[in-house]
Design a protein around this ligand. Sequence first.
Ligand code: NDP
Length: 256
Amino acid sequence: MAYIEELFGLKGKKGFVTGGAQGIGKVVATGMARCGMDVAIVDVNKEKAEEAAHQIEALGVRSMALVCDVTSAEAVDATVDTIATGFGGLDFAFNNAGIANNTPTEDIDLKDWQKVIDVNLIGVFLTARAAGRKMIASGGGSIINTASMSGHIVNRPQPQSAYNASKAGVIQLTKSMAIEWAPHKVRVNCISPGYIRTEMTVHVRQDWQDSWMRQSVLPSMGTPEDLVAGVLYLASDAAAFTTGSDLVMDGGFTVV
Ligand code: NDP
């Protein structure tokens, strides 16, 4: 076995990716499959989730598509049960589903503000809780949550107070779970991407995108592919001593 494979020990690990039907989730799930990991796709978009699961199976690993709204505790618990039973265990969870809203704070309705918190923060709590319960029972695992550089800084010029608050919450939730579950050998980390070219960002007003590039250290947006190795690292045995950390992958955006 190549040293790198031995070091990372990814082959045969079993888990799921939420928001895995497209964007960051789909690309990371594909990277996992290419390392020999069994990956279930959890998403609200049935058609795209099934397409992603088929593409992953074609890489020679097991997959399944599960339609699940991460804001529903019952749906999340049932989904994680199905995955753990179907795969015969649960080693990792990439809690990545998220939405954005750019309505100014003085104009946004409570229900729209709350929706962002529900998906981005409560959704991470529910999927991490369901995965954590399985991992505690089975002797360990690795949970990776998608936060954002928006959990560290306030983006400009677009308004997004709910999004920023939700992502700051994900970082602190990650650290809290890491401390609680360390005795059970369940590691909990998060990633904080900068601007990444996906459906979430491509339709954003061009003048806002131009502003991002003027503020950016590297002269372009990142791609989902730029995040794959970071998530694989946190899921892997190579990160056995890493918990409660936030891996910032933002092209240096938050440094200045
Ligand atoms: P996308 O919008 O491309 O993909 C998100 C996926 O999550 C979609 O398939 C979406 O389905 C699904 N989803 C939305 N709501 C739910 C829900 N309630 N339950 C289950 N699935 C849901 O986004 P990205 O890939 O860009 O983002 C992935 C994560 O990365 C998010 O948490 C985001 O906040 C974060 N992030 C993204 C950055 C970027 O610049 N793109 C930067 C930093 C962080 P549907 O489309 O049908 O709603």
